[in-house]
Design a protein around this ligand. Structure first.
Ligand SMILES: [Fe+2]
Ligand SMILES: [Fe+2]
Length: 376
């Protein structure tokens, strides 16, 4: 059954998933602000039960302790990055993520190689900036999970994730500052999603929003950029970050499976709606409206076309390659008359439902004994 207009309005604030005006009306005007304050409504929970109750989480905790790396010394920051040359090299395979020919009879018809390369550079700077802001969201969310999750094993694991996320913010911020000449502000769709996650009082919603949705997408997006780029510092940095992210997603799957198995249909419906909302916010942010504005193009003139750009469509679907199978593993796809399955069908991403879920996949991403040679 398709979503009703009212249902869509309630969840997304607009009646049509692809309403361009609705998407573009969400903007970040607060570009010079240094702080952004969000009310965190959750209770901090102590537990006096220190016994080992969840071996899978404890195993993950042990893995995390030996999987630590140091962003200052394990990466070679002396590498000189010639961004223009780099993007030109990567362009054939990736870079802008768009098909120039698709815009031939639009305001971009006069764009040549120079403009597309410039766009690709800005797009990469923008993407890495959103990664950085998302990492700070993860830092805040996992600090929150340490407080709010009632299980001892999960508190231990979450504490290691706090350190991981600090390291991720650190390396993305340094790369942007030293190699790309600065960052973009947070995208408004991403900020809205992070606000919702931090604001929610239910501890499992932090997990669902961050570990399953935001980190599931990040793992896919990092993997994509990691494969496509030939820039050695970025390639290694992303590979290191991915070794941590895979554990983080596993943490979400292992924890929520247990919780969701015991929830009523009504409670599950709220989780399904939240997962859908998060999916749409993340999809909307990839319209890169700030990059178009920076290039002197009105986003309204191009975003409708971006939605149907064949290269971007493949990219957007790939972003959901981890999210959909993980939602399935949590039982979120098919409860309540397959409500979330129908939404993922409408978004064109349901084909990933049987892809490898990330409950165990983290082992594949481990850095190995010496942390050496992780270029591939
Ligand atoms: Fe992270
Ligand atoms: Fe993470």
């Amino acid at each position: 059954m398709s979503i009703t207009e009212n249902e869509s309005k309630d969840i997304l604030g607009r009646s049509d998933l692809n309403d361009i005006e609705g998407i573009l009306s969400i903007t970040n005007d607060d570009v010079d602000a240094i702080q952004h304050i969000v009310k965190d409504n959750a209770d901090a929970i102590f537990t006096w039960d220190y016994s080992l109750t969840r071996p899978a989480l404890r195993k993950l905790y042990e893995k995390a302790k030996v999987g630590q790396w140091n962003g200052s010394t394990d990466l070679d920051w002396s590498i000189n990055v010639d961004e223009e040359k780099q993007v030109a090299m990567d362009l054939a395979a990736f870079a802008s993520g768009l098909t120039p020919a698709h815009y031939a009879s639009t305001t971009l018809s006069n764009w040549g190689d120079k403009e597309w390369t410039e766009f690709a550079i800005e797009q990469r700077r923008w993407s890495l900036s959103q990664f950085m802001h998302g990492e700070q969201g993860a830092l805040i969310c996992t600090a929150k999970i340490v407080e709010t999750v009632p299980w001892y094993d999960a508190k231990l694991y979450a504490s290691t994730q706090v350190v991981d996320e600090a390291r991720h913010v650190e390396v993305f911020a340094r790369y942007l500052d030293e190699k790309l000449g600065g960052s973009y502000q947070i995208n408004a769709h991403l900020r809205m999603l992070l606000d919702d996650i931090v604001n929610d009082s239910r501890w499992d919603m932090t997990y669902l929003g961050m570990q399953i949705m935001v980190e599931g997408l990040a793992l896919a997006a990092f993997g994509n950029m990691q494969q496509m780029t030939n820039e050695p510092l970025l390639k290694k940095l992303l590979r290191y970050v991915m070794s941590d992210e895979a554990r983080h997603v596993a943490f979400g799957v292992l924890s929520l499976q247990e919780v969701y198995a015991h929830m009523s249909d009504k409670e599950i419906k709220e989780r399904q709606e939240f997962a859908y909302e998060a999916s749409v916010r993340m999809r909307d942010r990839f319209m890169s409206q700030e990059v178009w504005s920076r290039m002197g193009v009105n986003p309204r003139d191009v975003v409708p076309l971006v939605l149907n750009d064949p290269t971007r469509e493949v990219f957007q679907q790939m972003l959901f390659a981890k999210i959909v199978p993980n939602c399935k593993k949590l039982g979120l796809l098919d409860r309540n008359d397959a409500w979330l399955r129908r939404r993922f069908e409408e978004m064109g991403v349901i084909q990933f439902e049987n892809a490898e879920d990330t409950g165990e996949e983290y082992v594949k991403f481990e850095l190995g004994e010496t942390l050496a040679d992780v270029q591939h």
